[in-house]
Design a binder for this molecule. Structure first.
Ligand SMILES: [Mg+2]
Length: 238
């Protein structure tokens, strides 16, 4: 890919296995919430809570509403068990969500080898990811990964910049921290409506890593199904 000096990545579902993380997370939250509702006398199954949470998770992601505290009253309304949710349970569910997700979303096996390869090739590397909805939480989550050390810059949209993706701000800040123009960067991400739309708006080239079909959003310059295809995409177009 001619003139490209940096490869910037999204985190969740791009470098780490968010689907495994979400599965464990939805199970844990559904279990806790059912326990609470049954104690209140409601009749509701764990599976029905889980199904509603899965759908809500997608909707909130498309709407870029990342603060889980805002999710739980909506979820309870949809379960329609006639129960209000207390502030302390809201906080507990948000903590449970992120603790479970962080423990269950491991790096994809080819994430680190891909970063090592690109570094060896002389590319600068960056991570452009969005806030988890509470200041500081995402940074803590990122720090746990060994590959964090490979990045020349890490930008958290909605914390390091006023707006999250798909606003061009976080992408442009990453380019400027690397001392590069946006046109010298290529962005790799899994969500067409945040990663691809935002990077494109910033003037970067884009690679969609297709982990699933979101049914919405922008077309990228290239589409790949695995990180292993990245060297070929970057090299073949020189
Ligand atoms: Mg992602």
């Amino acid at each position: 890919m001619l003139g490209i000096k940096a490869v910037l990545f999204d985190l969740d579902e791009t470098l780490i296995d968010g689907q495994a993380g979400l599965k464990a997370t939805h199970n844990a939250v559904a279990k806790r919430l059912r326990h609470y509702l049954v104690k209140c006398g409601a009749k509701v199954s764990e599976e029905s809570i889980r199904a509603k949470l899965r759908a809500l998770d997608d909707r909130m992601n498309v709407a870029t509403e990342y603060n889980r505290d805002a999710w739980w009253p909506v979820l309870l309304g949809e379960i329609d068990a006639g129960q209000k949710i207390s502030r302390s349970l809201v906080k507990e569910l948000t903590r449970l969500y992120w603790a479970t997700y962080a423990g269950a979303s491991k790096p994809y096996p080819n994430a680190e080898p891909t970063l090592v390869y690109l570094k060896d090739k002389g590319y600068k590397l960056g991570l452009v990811t969005d806030t988890d909805g509470k200041k500081g939480w995402k940074k803590r989550r990122i720090k746990r990964f060994r590959f964090t050390g490979f990045f020349d810059t890490i930008i958290i949209g909605g914390e390091d910049t006023p707006h999250t993706k798909p606003d061009p701000e976080p992408f442009l800040l990453a380019a400027s921290k690397l001392g590069l123009r946006a046109s010298e960067c290529v962005f790799v991400g899994d969500k067409p409506f945040t990663d691809i739309e935002g990077a494109k708006a910033a003037g970067m080239r884009t690679i969609l890593l297709k982990r699933r079909d979101w049914g919405v959003g922008e077309r990228a310059d290239f589409t790949i199904n695995s990180l292993a295809e990245l060297p070929r995409v970057l090299g073949d177009t020189e």
